[in-house]
Design a protein around this ligand. Structure first.
Ligand code: C2E
Ligand code: MG
Ligand code: MG
Length: 962
């Protein structure tokens, strides 16, 4: 019955308003038919010209007499408005006609998207050209005036507007209007009812289920309800609002709708789980909407506009996210798709409506109904999750259940021993793990002894007995059980006794867990702690320990005296640097394997650090036999190691120390052997050196020097001296070679030949080299500044092999060059040919790059190495430095031939030549005769400090000027 009326009402609206409303021409009087048809006057009204004063003049429609009159109407509104419209109606019948002039306050259609028209009272007064003024009827949603037309009358009406626009003006037959309002009221009631019930229901579900999804959905439902209540004019029944003044509330409702939809989308899709970025964006967005609520108080239009935009954006972005998540098989997203499609259709409809593309009178109620439908669908979707999802509702489980679940979750096996009946229960899990027949582990406790590892049996029995006797305590025990295949698995049992009413233990209950993996990992860790993980040999700790016990046995039992070999591979760093670490590792493995073969069972071989191995020799104690063993070690190592198509030759420095009554500690013996080894190294490697007390001084020196060097760089103990390089033709200064010195606080000045090899060994050469490079560059830049950049002056800096092999050399040079303003090519790097030949391909690359950066390159000490100039020309050197051995000394005459050849060839290759070691005037003259352009040597100056060198440059400069 109710539904019938509702359907009838909707149809009525369709026909009455859309079907039969007739559009009429302006200010021709419109004939008002007797049959009660509704007239749409919206397009028939004519705007009266605006008058700056508070009155307007209008020409009336011609009456039956054909006379057009002019009437003047005064504004009734305080302050006076300037918006006026006029229209004329005529009654051609012979009865008096009563009609209602209706101008609704709010219309969604054509309300606009960005700053929408949220409704207002439209008409202030209506003044007729004749007869009584139309009387205003009470209404919340529209301005309604009762118009009476006498038979044959032509009446012109002038309406004073309150807003610039008049969205709609209808002329209704009063009974029809009442019916229409009534049927709308019914429709509104139904829609509101459904929406209200939904909101309430979702709220209740939230109280029961407590999942965030429900308040979010309930919030959405409530804001839909509020929106509808305002739109249907129910809100002013709750809150006192002047008719047509609900703009702010509408804006509120729209913002609320937009915000709750956002919250719902976010919560339902659990977006916080995917990425914190989603949360931040959503929170920012929500804060924006919250601010919008405040804006709605002052500027409802703007607030509503932003809210509409935000709503649209939520739907669109939501769609993208849903599709994305659905493609990743996220159930919730998949289930939301139908709802969202409906929402998209709705949004499209709403968009067409507010922009004025859809203007019929059913669209607004239809959209309202659609909104309820969407919330209903969302409600269903959410409900499905609530009731289908979790097996156990949160908060509804008891402590016992929780514990049981936790046990299942942890994957532990229940172990239950019924003491009074002597039956153990473990369930099938443990038996499955061991591959045993079901039931094997179930039965009297004594049955367990058969499967237990023999050495665990007694402990197991004793523990169970103790618990029963003492009636308290806990069982926490590891034991092994034999699997079907004969292997043992480790289990950890944790249980506690349960006492009966008589105080006796009735059962022991607890859990059993498989800890085999942890156990093996532990064993492996123990092994790793004392073994080298590359070769598997004992490491230093284990070696020291074994040596210590050997020493003890010698001292207490008079066992054979142990001797220790420390073996260090010569030049192993080059292998690592040149071939890569993995090649280095496999070579170490090969060496370890070879050395192991030399061992007797009593002996120990250990890898004590990177390329150092140590022997603990117990099987031999005769000095000759020990020496023999050492020699076999050396020979074993010298055999080439083939690697791919290459063969690598390695040698070792070996130090030997024997236990004697003086050193009582293992560590001391090792230290002695190390000293021997270092001594062998010093003597060039590939040697065996037995420790002698005299060596101790040597070793100590090197060790402390190393430590001192570390500190020296920071402490300005390292100095850079400059040795002049002169042009032989006029003896002017062409440049300097930077040479490093170490002023040691105790040992005095140490020459580079002593500490550079040390620094190369321990890597300190890198900071040291960079220090010299930076100092020299800075100095050169200062000099050039003072001299003027057009006066040529260079400084050359020595580079060692570790520096060249490191990739950072290029970067170091680059940063030094960028920080000091030296002219291009004037800062030179000196490299020896042997250094370049160590790794020619790599060196060629690095050197080319360095040349490109703007540094010069000198080939140092030429003549002492390969001396293959034809080969070396592949490298971008522009200067060649002839080693001092060709220049200086008595046999220099014979060397003239060689010198001439070198100089000639260098010039062929367009290199400058610097002769080193020019000590006498003769040397200089000879060199000049041979065509050498530059020389360096004590004749022209010792290495000197920067100020001294500066003096030399500027003295010369002054002399030139004079
Ligand atoms: P080098 O590059 O061949 O340097 C020339 C060496 O010959 C210097 O020795 C210099 O004092 C010496 N010398 C110069 N003129 C004469 C002479 O007329 N007669 C004699 N007998 N010797 C002369 P110094 O300063 O002891 O340097 C030795 C080596 O140490 C240098 O040989 C160079 O290879 C290295 N070196 C020096 N400073 C550095 C540095 O900063 N870094 C690196 N990596 N190596 C450096
Ligand atoms: Mg040099
Ligand atoms: Mg040199």
């Amino acid at each position: 019955m109710l539904l019938n009326r509702f359907v009838a009402a909707v149809f009525f609206v369709l026909f009455a308003v859309v079907g039969t409303a007739t559009h009429v021409q302006a200010l021709d009087a419109i004939n008002v038919p007797l049959d009660g048809t509704t007239l749409d006057l919206t397009k028939a009204v004519e705007r009266a010209s605006r008058d700056p004063s508070d009155r307007v003049q209008v020409s009336t429609a011609p009456g039956p007499d054909g006379i057009v009159r002019r009437i003047e109407v005064r504004s009734n509104e305080a302050g006076g408005t300037s918006y006026w419209v006029s229209f004329a109606l005529t009654n051609n019948g012979d009865e008096q006609i009563d009609r209602l002039l209706v101008a609704p306050h709010f219309r969604l259609a054509n309300s606009g998207l960005l700053i929408p028209d949220l409704g207002a009272s439209r008409i202030a007064t209506v003044t007729p050209s004749q007869g009584f003024a139309p009387e205003r009827q009470a209404s919340q949603e529209a301005d309604v005036f009762r118009v009476t037309l006498d038979p044959g009358a032509v009446v012109t009406f002038v309406a004073e507007l309150r807003t610039p626009v008049l969205p709609q003006l209808y002329l209704w037959e009063p009974d029809n209007y009442k019916d229409a309002i009534n049927s709308y009221t019914l429709y509104h009631g139904i829609v509101l009812g459904i929406s209200g019930l939904l909101a309430l229901f979702l709220t209740i579900v939230f109280v029961v289920k407590g999942t965030a999804m429900f308040p979010a959905t309930a919030g959405l439902a409530w804001s839909v309800l509020i929106y509808l209540a305002i739109d249907f004019g129910f809100w002013n029944k709750v809150i006192q609002i002047a008719p047509g003044d609900d703009k702010m509330w509408r804006a509120f409702a729209e913002v609320l709708l937009s915000a709750t939809l956002l919250i719902f989308t976010y919560t339902y899709l659990n977006l916080n789980r995917w990425h914190a970025r989603y949360s931040h964006a959503t929170i920012a967005w929500l804060v924006g909407l919250l601010i919008l609520l405040g804006v709605a108080v002052f500027e409802p239009g703007i607030a509503a506009g932003v809210a509409r935009f935000s709503f649209g954006l939520t739907v669109t972005l939501g769609f993208v996210v849903i599709i994305y998540l659905a493609l990743h098989h996220y159930d919730r997203a998949i289930m939301l798709i139908p709802t969202w499609v409906l929402l998209m259709v709705w949004i499209l409809g709403a968009y067409l409506t507010v922009t004025g593309n859809l203007t019929n009178d059913v669209i607004q109620p239809a959209l309202n109904g659609g909104l309820v439908l969407i919330v209903l669908l969302i409600g269903f979707t959410v409900m499905q999750h609530a009731f289908a999802g979790g097996t156990i509702a949160p908060g509804a489980i008891g402590e016992t259940e929780r514990r049981a679940l936790a046990l299942t979750g942890a994957g532990d096996i229940v172990w239950d021993w019924d003491v009074s009946r002597d039956r153990i229960y473990t369930g099938p899990d443990a038996e499955d793990l061991l591959g045993l027949k079901h039931g094997t582990l179930e039965g009297p406790a004594r049955d367990w002894l058969d499967v237990l590892h023999p050495s665990d049996r007694d402990r197991f029995k004793a523990t169970l007995d103790a618990v029963i006797e003492q009636r308290r305590g806990r069982i926490a025990q590891d034991f092994r059980l034999r699997a079907e295949d004969g292997h043992y698995r480790w289990f950890h049992l944790r249980a506690r006794p349960v006492l009966g009413t008589d105080g006796e233990v009735t059962r022991c209950v607890g859990t059993l867990s498989d800890v085999t993996e942890e156990r093996t990992a532990e064993e492996r860790l123990l092994h790793d702690a004392v073994h080298d993980n590359l070769t598997g040999l004992p490491n230093r700790e284990l070696f020291v320990d074994r040596l210590a016990s050997a020493v003890t046995r010698t001292q207490t039992e008079g066992a054979a005296r142990p001797s220790v070999f420390i073996l260090d591979i010569d030049g192993f760093k080059q292998v690592n640097d040149g071939f890569g670490l993995s090649v280095g590792d496999s070579i170490l493995l090969t060496i370890a394997r070879r050395l192991t073969r030399l061992l007797k069972p009593q002996d120990t071989l250990a890898r004590i650090s990177g390329d150092q191995f140590a022997f603990l020799l117990i099987s031999e104690s005769e000095p000759e036999r020990i020496a023999g063993f050492a020699d076999s070690v050396r020979r074993t190592l010298r055999a080439p190691i083939s690697f791919g198509d290459k063969e690598i030759f390695l040698t070792a420095s070996i130090g030997i120390a024997m236990h004697d009554s003086k050193q009582s500690e293992a560590l001391e013996i090792i230290k002695d052997a190390e000293i021997g080894m270092y001594y062998a190294k010093r003597l060039g490697g590939d040697r065996i050196e037995a420790f002698r007390p005299a060596l101790r001084q040597h070793g100590a020196d090197t060790l402390t020097l190393e430590a001192d060097l570390r500190r020296a760089i920071g402490r300005e103990e390292i100095k850079v001296l400059y040795q002049p390089i002169v042009r032989l033709e006029d003896r002017t200064i062409a440049g300097f070679e930077a040479l490093v010195r170490w002023d040691h606080p105790q040992h005095g000045r140490i020459p580079p030949a002593e500490f550079i090899p040390l620094a190369e060994r321990n890597g300190l050469i890198i900071p040291l080299g960079l220090f010299v490079l930076e100092r020299a560059a800075k100095q050169l830049s200062d000099w050039q500044e003072q001299l003027g950049r057009d006066v040529p002056l260079f400084v050359s800096v020595n580079v060692s092999s570790r520096q060249l092999l490191r990739h950072d050399l290029i970067n170091d040079v680059k940063s030094v060059l960028s920080r000091s303003a030296v002219t291009r090519g004037s800062l030179k790097l000196e490299l020896t040919e042997s250094l370049v030949m160590e790794n020619p391909e790599y060196a060629a690359q690095v050197l080319t790059r360095i040349r490109e950066l703007g540094a010069g390159l000198s080939l140092d000490d030429f003549g002492t190495g390969y001396s293959s100039l034809s080969y070396l020309q592949r490298f971008p050197f522009e200067t060649l430095k002839i080693d001092q051995s060709f220049v200086r000394g008595p046999s220099a005459k014979q060397k003239r031939v060689i010198l001439r050849a070198i100089i000639g060839l260098a010039h062929e290759l367009e290199m400058d030549v610097v002769a080193e070691g020019a000590e006498t005037e003769d040397d200089a003259l000879d060199l000049y005769d041979l065509g050498c352009e530059f020389a360096q040597g004590f004749l022209f100056g010792q290495p000197m400090t920067a100020p001294e060198a500066g003096k030399l440059i500027f003295r010369e400069e002054e002399a030139m000027i004079a």
